[in-house]
Design a protein around this ligand. Sequence first.
Ligand code: DX5
Ligand code: ZN
Length: 220
Amino acid sequence: PNRLIIAPSLLAADFARLGEETRAVEAAGADWLHLDIMDGHFVPNITFGPLVVKALRKHTAMPMDVHLMIAPVDPYIAAFAEAGADNISVHPESGPHLHRTLQLIRSLGKKAGVVLNPATPVDAIAHVMDLIDIIMVMTVNPGFGGQAFIASQLSKIATLRQMIDDTGRDIILQIDGGITPATAPKVLEAGADCLIAGTAVFGAPDYAQAISALRAARPR
Ligand code: DX5
Ligand code: ZN
């Protein structure tokens, strides 16, 4: 891994001020903006869609890291690509043909990601590694911010680090859910490249200090 990527999740931001919140975390030193798309069907919560992603595109130069928690997912990939997403990540459970979905994302010129739920085995991606640019490990069940970190995922993170290293490619390993200055060192030790954090950033009084605290978790 090269540098540590910090990706604040807008899920914990003030939804009445999304443009300002986006600019604020960029000014505070964030690397990527993480956008959680929920449909009330694949996960038990509803957030926002491509129109909001498109509106936010004008407010930031940060790569937009779009996490799709919707099913079926294929019919909406093009809309998120056109809205300005840079990375599009999908759950293997959100469509019948993960290989086809990843091909679709790549065909639109976007980085293709796969998200593993806490109960989803690493085997789900073993045969599509060549189509993957990003792997996201959920350390909470998807749907809500502010949940407790599920420590049983640490061994999965370490396994995925090895799988990535075996490819010799620069696949980014992201961790999503319950990331704080207390849990970050554990996932970094297990081999993560990118920390996604909602509550730990947007719930803090000082975003720059919150981002620095996550960055400081990296062993030198
Ligand atoms: C949950 C989302 C996460 C969420 C994390 O479904 O994928 O991105 O925002 O929130 P925290 O950091 O509060 O656990
Ligand atoms: Zn997410």
